[in-house]
Design a protein around this ligand. Structure first.
Ligand code: CP3
Length: 356
């Protein structure tokens, strides 16, 4: 396994330039969950390897990270992993059940359960992610930048209390109401780990980072501002400080808060370089709300990938023309879904590059 940090020079840095507000050769595009079940070659790897085994084995993680890049002219790669590796490293069992998704058989039930969290050596237990990132930088040979990522504190708290995905997040929201102090204690624990995890990923070679606040949709606007945002802000500020204290260059930071389009002006104030949009907001409206100094990422409805290809192409062209070439990274408004036809990805990527 090649783990030295002398990485090949980058050939296509459009996504990094877009994130920094610099001119681009073409509108960059990548897709959330671009390595995934819609690809038969991914299914093939999964047929013989359990989900977290793929995450934990750098050779396998790199292979599936590479798969979409072999097929499509994407402008970024994202390391194959999952947001739930942090709860796992804190000592909470996480299983990936076929047809169900993630299951945490021993969720946090009361504040006393916080004592179960093993906060020492947590990041070291995630070194396999760093190894996969370092290995991937070599495998990419500078083709496109490599993104690292993490779940955001509220989203991770939700899974840890619900014991898996939830339509309502009612148990996690009950914690907020019934155990406000313990809730903030948990959010602080997670924030500390997230910051250290992101520092580790940058040291390993991640060139851009995305923070997934995928469960923001369950919070009211007021709760998003009081429960999610303070920790998102601390992640940005502490990460910047830790990197600068160690003399490491900052990398662009993306915030994706699904279902929090009600708070875009507030998000734009957090200091992230890029704000990810879900598909519920119009590009012009989003730009008006965040102002000129933030890059926008998104936001095609993943369901549009099931439309006839000519119709899909028109939707993508319209979207990209609305966002424009400056400070824009094309993506879906959430992860690509398992039944998506592969040709739709080709059409999406091609249409983004041809739109302007
Ligand atoms: O984007 C990429 O290509 C990188 C890989 C990636 C995965 N999960 C792989 C994965 C990323 C960035 C994630 C993040 C993640 N994981 C999020 C945030 C993004 C989002 O979609 O909101 C969340 C909420 C999770 C937790 C999680 N992991 C869920 C809810 C599921 C089930 C999803 C489903 O549709 O069933 C997973 C499993 C998962 N993570 C899969 C993949 C490719 C599919 C599982 C499989 O291969 O069996």
């Amino acid at each position: 396994m090649v783990l030295d940090k002398n990485f090949p020079p980058l050939k296509n840095d459009n996504v990094l330039r877009a994130a920094r507000g610099e001119p681009v050769d073409r509108v960059p595009v990548w897709v959330m969950r671009q390595a995934g079940r819609y690809l038969p070659e991914f299914q093939e790897v999964r047929a013989t390897h359990e989900f977290f085994e793929v995450c934990r084995t750098p050779e396998l993680a790199c292979e599936v990270t590479m798969q979409p890049l072999r097929r499509f002219d994407l402008d970024a790669s994202i390391i194959f992993s999952d947001i739930l590796v942090i709860p796992q490293a804190l000592g909470i069992t996480v299983e990936m059940k076929k047809g169900v998704g993630p299951v945490l058989p021993e969720p946090l039930v009361t504040p006393a359960d916080l004592e179960r969290l093993n906060q020492t050596g947590t990041i070291e237990r995630l070194n396999y992610v760093g190894d996969a990132i370092t290995m991937m930088r070599h495998m990419l040979d500078g083709k496109v930048p490599l993104l690292g990522f993490t779940g955001a504190p509220w989203t991770l708290m939700g899974y840890m209390i619900e014991g898996g995905g939830s339509k309502t997040m009612s148990k996690a929201k009950a914690w907020l109401a019934d155990y406000p102090e313990a809730s903030h204690q948990l959010l602080n624990i997670l924030t500390d780990q997230v910051v250290n995890y992101l520092v580790m990923q940058v040291k390993a070679g991640a060139q851009m980072l995305q923070v997934f606040e995928s469960s923001a949709e369950h919070l009211s606007k007021e709760q998003y501002i009081t429960i999610a945002m303070p920790y998102l802000k601390r992640i940005r500020d502490d990460l910047q400080k830790k990197l600068s204290d160690e003399g490491i260059d900052a990398v662009p930071l993306v915030l994706f808060s699904k279902g929090a389009m009600h708070s875009l002006p507030e998000q734009a104030q957090l200091g992230y370089d890029v704000i990810g949009l879900d598909w519920t907001i119009d590009p012009h409206e989003a730009r008006k709300l965040v102002g000129p100094d933030v890059t926008l990422q998104g936001n095609l409805d993943p369901q549009d990938m099931y439309k006839p290809l000519e119709e899909l192409r028109e939707l993508v062209l319209t979207m990209v023309r609305k966002f424009g070439k400056h400070r824009y990274i094309a993506n879906l408004g959430h992860g690509i879904t398992p039944q998506t036809p592969i040709e739709s990805m080709s059409v999406l990527v091609k249409a983004v590059h041809e739109a302007l």
